[in-house]
Design a protein around this ligand. Structure first.
Ligand SMILES: [Zn+2]
Ligand SMILES: [Zn+2]
Length: 139
């Protein structure tokens, strides 16, 4: 699967089939995307390869344990990585060239949901992280 940012400067390829696709409704996703929720999908870190535009990638620490990457030219949010799962990286699913190739399986941080964003699905909803999240920081 391939994908990239809005302006086309940053292009990436996923070398394996992504997994753990899901909606995140947290406030950080809302603020960094401008949308009420963001769908992420996951690959092992080495399986995300930036084929173009690596120099235009910008990165911001959005929590004490996580960073997000975005295109410095057009601002498209591309990835999130958390220290407690350093061997994996999450990609914003809508930046895939064929986003329908993945399908969300859950909602997280549903407690932060914007009231007018009522999902029309029957997927499991979690107020914060999924309870089985690997390596979760104690907060
Ligand atoms: Zn761009
Ligand atoms: Zn989020």
């Amino acid at each position: 699967m391939k994908g990239g940012c809005f302006c086309g400067v940053v292009r990436y390829a996923l070398l394996s089939t992504p997994y753990d696709t899901g909606w995140c409704h947290c406030r950080i996703c809302q603020r960094t995307s401008g949308a009420p929720a963001v769908v992420f999908t996951t690959v092992p870190k080495g399986d995300l390869v930036f084929e173009q535009g690596r120099d235009s990638l910008r990165s911001i620490a959005t929590t004490s344990f996580g960073r997000r990457q975005f295109c410095g030219e057009c601002g498209t949010l591309l990835t999130i990585q958390v220290d407690f799962q350093a061997d994996e990286i999450d990609i914003t699913a809508a930046t895939l060239d064929a986003p329908s190739g993945v399908a969300p399986g859950f909602h997280i941080f549903f407690a932060d949901r914007v009231s007018w964003n009522e999902p029309g699905d029957a997927l499991p909803r979690f107020d914060s992280w999924r309870p089985d999240t690997r390596g979760l920081p104690v907060s």
